[in-house]
Design a protein around this ligand. Structure first.
Ligand code: 5AD
Ligand code: SF4
Length: 433
């Protein structure tokens, strides 16, 4: 009889893909099946994120709940970025945890489940050529890792300490995975890496020089593949060749995530981002000139140490000029083992909160303006989800979430949809073709 696995995933798309790899390995090699009922699970896993302090604090309360709800003999494992950075301390603080598996040690999952109190958190471990078994949450869209780790040294960011140095996955493995997922029904692939457009800088062994732009060209030659998305590119590596390919390659979705972090050149320098306010704005201008329909999303951190009111106004200025289509905004959260952890010019909590709401209010205003012209527009939607109320939903090329009346026959299909109602998080439309 198969064993039951309960898995909770926090954090980014990369973590979600790691969870898919964990599920694949455990189901193929150890006969596990997933369950959503924690009390019947033989193995309970939490795949953690450590990018900000809050989810880390939440981990220990979650673990307490798991320990209460678990059936006799069930094991608990902590995986992911917090596992990498806290390691054995997790078992010290929560002695009922059976093992700890770091974000760069996913392939060892079938080993650690058999070793009591195992702690595998080596951030130099090279999984770039490991052939994981296949499992996908969605048959319509395939998430594919193109690199592991991160070589940047942004002063606020813990990721290089949890995911180690950046190594690109050989393009032939990526192409093979993409082809296989297309054969299995996916028309869209989503490439993942901490820094996708730095692809090709370092491979684990000898390898032909292939940069991200070339990888995109090779992937777009796959028959039956219709859409390519990726996250996250770094503004510093957005060279002309990349922007040109993005604009002219019809298979690349016209949605770009450009993590700004701050609009102030001084703060960007303190963050070691490698670009200025002017560079960012110039890249956006170039992108929009070649690809006017592009939708641009971003990440913004407010109240980084030393951020003055003037610096903050620079961020608002960039928002007003670019008019992002989506913003993920965060209050700066000091992280262990980062440079900024030692910065002393901390911004007051009240000021930080006010700045965050100011960003969010301005974003809502900008989005309402943008949304107001959507009625009657027609978008090509790739339907991926069946909603409970006889609606199907999916995304436009520009990554807008759109729903329309329909059944599961539409899943995995493209349709033209005319927008009939506007909402802040989802647009509603009717299928016209
Ligand atoms: N504090 C707040 N936000 C952070 N991010 C990364 N590190 C921190 C931190 N220490 C944000 C960045 C990044 C996103 C994934 O999380 O905006 O792009
Ligand atoms: Fe993803 Fe960063 Fe969170 Fe790790 S710390 S799960 S890389 S967002």
């Amino acid at each position: 009889m198969s064993k039951k696995l309960y898995i909770e995933t926090l954090g980014c798309a990369m973590n979600s893909r790691d969870s898919e790899h964990i599920i694949a390995e455990l189901s193929e090699k150890e006969n596990y099946k997933t369950t959503t009922d924690i009390s019947e699970a033989d193995l309970i896993l939490i795949n953690t994120c450590s990018v900000r302090e809050k989810p880390v604090a939440k981990l220990f309360s979650e673990l307490g709940i798991f320990n209460k709800k678990k059936k006799d003999g069930a094991k608990i494992g902590v995986c992911g970025c917090t596992a990498s950075h806290l390691g054995a301390e997790i078992i010290k603080r929560a002695p009922y945890v059976n093992f700890v598996l770091g974000a760069r040690n996913v392939s060892k999952i079938t080993d650690v489940i058999h070793r009591e109190r195992a702690v595998e958190v080596d951030i130099n471990y090279d999984e770039s050529e490991f052939a994981f078994d296949d499992f996908r949450t969605s048959p319509y869209k395939a998430f594919i890792n193109i690199s592991i780790g991160c070589d940047k040294s942004c002063t606020y960011c813990i990721v290089p300490k949890t995911r180690g140095e950046e190594i690109s996955i050989p393009d032939e493995l990526i192409l093979r995975e993409a082809k296989r997922s297309v054969e299995n029904g996916a028309k869209e692939i989503f490439l993942l890496g901490q820094n996708v457009n730095n692809y090709g800088r370092r491979f684990s062994g000898e390898h032909e020089k292939v940069n991200f732009t070339e990888l995109l060209r090779r992937l777009s030659a796959i028959d039956g593949l219709e859409r390519i998305r990726f996250t996250s590119p770094h503004p510093f590596h957005m060279d002309d060749e990349f922007i040109d390919e993005f604009a002219k390659n019809p298979k690349i979705c016209k949605s770009m995530h450009m993590p700004l972090q701050s609009g102030s050149t001084k703060v960007l320098k303190d963050m070691k981002r490698g670009y200025t306010k002017e560079w960012f704005l110039e890249r956006v201008e170039k992108l929009r000139a070649l690809c006017p329909e592009v939708s641009i999303s971003t990440d913004i951190i407010v109240a980084f140490p030393g951020e003055s009111n003037e610096d903050f106004l620079d961020t608002l200025d960039v928002m007003n000029r670019v008019k992002f289509d989506q913003i993920f905004s965060f209050k700066y959260s000091p992280r262990p083992e980062t440079e900024a952890e030692h910065f002393t010019n901390v911004v007051d909590e009240d000021v930080a909160s006010l700045r965050l709401t100011t960003i969010q209010d301005l974003n809502t205003k900008i989005l309402d303006e943008k949304n107001s012209v959507q009625l009657g527009k027609i978008y090509r939607v790739y339907f991926e989800d069946l909603n409970s109320d006889y609606f199907v939903s999916g995304r436009s090329d520009g990554n807008m979430l759109i729903k329309a009346k329909g059944s599961d026959e539409l899943l995995g299909q493209f349709r033209d949809v005319e927008i009939t109602a506007i909402g802040r998080t989802i647009l509603t439309g009717k299928i016209i073709d």
